[in-house]
Every structure is written in structure tokens, then in C-alpha cells.
Design a protein around this ligand. Structure first.
Ligand SMILES: [Zn+2]
Length: 524
């Protein structure tokens, strides 16, 4: 039966376009010029999801990820420390910029390590290719030679989309001065064979360059990209909305790659990601850059995957950090229940769709049996009752398997981070050990009496949620107290606030005896 999932459909599209092959090469990449944000992550996970789809269709896959760390460092991002040091290093390749955080061997490596570490947590393991290595090892010198020999043709292709045509002496070549390491250089006097002259504007020096042996040359982006499609024999590579316009680097690349004797890869445009509900908390310290790491602080890895697997790449969507986090966990849990047929889907079509989204959300292999589902919403209350103590929280849930322990622990950590960083104030509370004297003195005699009656019956009888809820109304009615007032004074005594989690389940979770003891403090 044909899959309804976009990743499977696109995998079939690749097979159709590229013909039946044993192995397909699929690619993704980025310039590590600054913090790699969650929008950039969309590209990596899009390729990874298609990689899984191709494998499920019985194909071998080579998934390459290119770090374009031989690109020039053009601009110091707003969220970096040591700005003046970075500024002095502008116009050098990113791989040669010192790490302003001083933890890695270079600025490029710093961002690469961040991403390589985090994508592994969501089950993504591409083959990384470092472009600075490739160029400096002279792996591409033959390809640079081909570009130069096709200078006129490349000029014509690029000029089709330019307002101002390129200068007649323009060459498809760039690089870095071997003296000062920067790219403020000019190439001229190409002899149509192996030699060209290079002048560094900064050093004011001219040198003879042998195209076949120099290790400081590079192709400009619009030629570099299609050159690598040919070099790695790429069958599929997606591009962001910005690369996808007419005259953009994909459309010129499509023509340039033919000069190398290869065809442009199957292409997929992915849309932007927006961020919702960070409340400006991140904006001040990090230049409003949200990374995969930020998302993994509040979302389990499988839920991060679920967000992307469940949305077509062409659709724009928002990653939420506000109350919607609770709903996204609930949506995932529902998808999981449908996948295991513990909850009925609207139709067989819906079941198959949810089942496939669930499979693709798994970090490793999907679970064989339906995992335990600690509700994220409920966890936010439990965590606060047990003062963020993971031992007590595990003891509350009494998990039976290692997988259950892992899921509870992971969700607990996410919920703690969410409460600390993003949760609205009215969700947060802390259980009183002692009722404050302020609260005590603010209560009227009748109000104290109501809570003392509750204290007495909580000690005497074991309640369920519904009966306890009804009891609140009986007590209020007998004392001629507004139920609204009853709830308010109960919350004030328990959590020092006028509102809180739903009272009956909250009291049952804290424990009748413990709550009873707290209310008894009003006797005196
Ligand atoms: Zn120089």
C-alpha cells in the first residue's frame, strides 16, 4: 500500500527522477558562520527523514553533511563574545578564526561540535565532510581547473539572472592570500592552461599561482555547490526558501553542474520555522537565536522529531515554548496511542498516517510495546509537589521497565526546564510546609472553620477525586460560604496563591494526611 507520508512520497520521487539505483547519495550542509539555529536544523532532519524512507524502501543511502568551513567569515554575529578579536579576523576562512569561547580549535569547529553533539541526540548520524580539508588537500583542484576552462559558459549562465553583467575579466575563482590569510584578492592573466596571477590588495603583492598545485584556492559559492553535486554524485539535496527563487543558487547550479557532466539533484524546498512563547527571555542573552539544544531542553528527542516528521517541509510552523508545550506532548501521546491501537483513529487512513509519523519520530527503533505515558501536564504538578526531586517522582510513578524509567526521567527534566524558563507564573507554586502568619491572620473565623472541617474529614476518610470535589461544596454550603472563597483560602493556605492546580486531584496527590496536617495549623 502506498504511504501517505511526505518522506516516503519524496523518496519515491527521488527513485523516479534518478532511476533505479542500489545506492542514493543525499546531502545537506551549512556554513558554520555563527550559531546554527533550529531553522537550519530543519534541513538536516528533512534529509534524515528521507534517508529513513529510502532505507525502508530497500535502498542503500549515503547521507553526507557538508561543513562549509572554508567559506569566508563576513560578519560578526550579534550573539558572539570577543567581538573585536572576531572583527580583526574578518575575510579569513571560518576554519581559521579562533574560537571566542576557547573550547575548540576554531570558531568553525565550535559550532560544528555543538551541532554534531545535538543532532546525535535525536538520532541523526550523517557522514560529515569538512570543506576546508577538501580544498586544502587539493581534492578539488581538477574541478577548479574545469570551472576555469568553462569561464565563458559560467559567465553566460550567471549573467542571465544578473542586472549588471559580470566584468569580462571575471574568473570563477576565489581563495585566500597565503601571506595574510584573507580573501581581499584579485585573479588575472589566466593563461587558459594551468596558470593565473593573484594580487593581494592588503599585502600589495602579486604571485604566480599554479591551479593544479595551489592549496589556497576555492570556487565561489554558485560554482562550488554544483561542483560538489558532481564530485559526491548527489541525488537529493533540499534548500531553504532563500536558495529556491528563480535565479537563486539552485537554478544557476542546475545549469553549471552540466558542465561537469552531472545532473542537478532532486530538490525540495523547506520553509522557515518561527518561535513562539519564549517571552523575550532568550532574546537578551543570545541574540534571539533558538537552537536545537534549546528545544531539547523542553522537548524529548522523540518529540522534536515528531514536530518535523508530522509537518510537510513546505509548511511554515512555529515551535512553541509557552503553554502549547503541554498540548504538543498530548498530541504526541495521542499519536503513540493510535500507533499502538490503544486509541481508535478516525479512519484506517488516519491510523496509517499516525503510525508512520510515530515510526519516524523514534530516535532509534520504534518501541515494540506501548511505552508508559507520564502526562507532561500532570508532571508539572507532581514535580512541584515533590520539589523537583527525581527519586520521589520516580517513586510516585513506580515504573516497571528501564524504558519507563528513562521516559519519566527525561520528561521530568524537560518539565523542570520548562517550569524554570518558560511556564507562566500562575502554573508555578510551592507547597507550604507552614501557613504564613499573614495568611493566618487574614482568614475570617468562618473560613478557618471550613478548612478545619476539611482537615478533619481528610484524616478520617479516603476520598476519590469526585467525592472530594463534592465535599468542598457541602462544606461551603453548610457554612454559608461562597465556593469561590473556599477555593481561594484553600490555595492561600497550601501554596500562598489565590489560584493553583485543580484542588481535588492536587490534595489527593499531595496526600490527604499531609494536607490535613497543614490545615490543622489553623487551630490555635
Ligand atoms: Zn595578503
Amino acid at each position: 500500500m502506498e504511504s501517505l507520508h511526505w518522506a516516503d512520497q519524496f523518496a519515491q520521487n527521488i527513485i523516479r527522477e534518478k532511476g533505479k539505483k542500489k545506492r542514493y547519495t543525499i546531502a545537506s550542509g551549512i556554513t558554520p558562520s555563527g550559531t546554527v539555529h533550529i531553522g537550519n536544523f530543519r534541513e538536516i532532519i528533512t534529509v534524515e527523514l528521507i534517508s529513513r524512507a529510502l532505507k525502508n524502501a530497500g535502498k542503500q543511502v549515503r547521507f553526507i553533511y557538508s561543513w562549509d568551513d572554508y567559506d569566508v567569515f563576513r560578519k560578526v554575529p550579534g550573539n558572539m563574545p570577543k567581538k573585536s578579536m572576531l572583527k580583526e579576523n574578518l575575510r579569513k576562512p571560518i576554519v581559521d578564526i579562533p574560537d571566542p569561547f576557547e573550547t575548540e580549535k576554531s570558531y568553525a569547529r565550535h559550532h560544528e561540535v555543538d551541532v554534531e553533539t545535538d543532532v546525535a541526540k535525536v538520532g541523526i548520524f550523517p557522514e560529515y565532510i569538512y570543506q576546508s580539508n577538501k580544498y586544502r588537500k587539493k581534492d578539488y583542484n581538477k574541478e577548479i581547473d574545469i570551472a576555469l576552462k568553462n569561464t565563458k559558459k559560467i559567465q553566460d549562465i550567471l549573467n542571465k539572472y544578473r542586472k549588471e553583467p559580470l566584468n569580462k575579466d571575471w574568473l570563477p575563482l576565489t581563495g585566500f592570500c597565503p601571506e595574510c590569510g584573507k580573501d581581499e584578492i584579485k585573479f588575472f592573466d589566466y593563461d587558459n592552461k594551468d596558470n593565473v596571477k593573484m594580487k593581494c590588495i592588503l599585502c600589495n603583492k602579486t604571485i604566480d599561482v599554479n591551479i593544479k598545485t595551489a592549496n589556497f584556492l576555492k570556487l565561489p559559492w554558485r560554482i562550488d555547490w554544483p561542483m560538489r553535486w558532481n564530485y559526491e554524485e548527489v541525488d537529493f539535496e533540499p534548500g531553504g526558501k532563500d536558495h529556491s527563487t528563480t535565479g537563486g543558487s539552485f537554478s544557476t547550479g542546475k545549469e553549471i553542474v552540466e558542465l561537469y557532466g552531472w545532473m542537478a539533484p532532486s530538490y525540495l524546498m523547506y520553509n522557515f520555522i518561527s518561535i513562539k512563547g519564549t517571552g523575550g527571555k532568550i532574546a537578551s542573552s543570545k541574540g534571539n537565536v533558538i537552537t536545537l539544544r534549546d528545544c531539547l531542553e523542553v522537548y524529548d528527542p522523540e518529540i522534536v522529531r515528531y514536530l518535523f516528521a508530522g509537518t510537510r517541509p513546505s509548511a511554515e510552523f512555529a515551535i512553541s515554548f509557552d503553554l502549547d508545550v503541554l498540548k504538543i506532548y498530548e498530541d504526541f501521546d495521542k499519536c503513540e496511542r493510535i500507533a499502538f491501537k490503544k486509541q481508535e483513529a478516525k479512519s484506517d487512513k488516519e491510523y496509517r498516517k499516525q503510525r508512520r509519523i510515530y515510526e519516524l519520530s523514534a530516535v532509534d527503533k520504534p518501541a515494540k510495546n506501548m511505552p508508559f505515558q507520564p502526562s507532561f501536564r500532570h508532571l508539572t504538578t507532581i514535580i512541584q509537589i515533590y520539589d523537583k526531586n527525581i527519586k520521589k517522582i520516580l517513586n510516585y510513578y513506580k515504573p516497571k521497565t528501564k524504558a519507563d524509567i528513562k521516559r519519566i526521567t527525561s520528561r521530568t527534566n524537560c518539565a523542570i526546564n520548562w517550569l524554570d524558563k518558560y511556564a507562566p507564573e500562575d502554573i508555578k507554586f510551592r507547597l507550604n510546609e507552614k501557613i504564613s502568619s499573614n495568611v493566618k491572620s487574614s482568614l475570617k473565623e468562618k473560613e478557618k472553620k471550613a478548612l478545619l472541617i476539611l482537615a478533619a474529614i481528610l484524616k478520617k476518610k479516603k476520598f476519590n477525586e469526585k467525592d472530594l470535589f463534592n465535599e468542598f461544596y457541602t462544606i461551603s454550603k453548610n457554612l454559608n460560604l461562597e465556593p469561590k472563597t473556599f477555593f481561594k483560602i484553600a490555595y492561600k493556605s497550601l501554596v500562598n496563591k489565590e489560584k493553583g492546580p485543580k484542588l481535588a486531584p492536587f490534595i489527593l496527590e499531595v496526600g490527604q494526611e499531609k494536607v490535613s496536617k497543614i490545615f490543622y495549623q489553623l487551630k490555635q
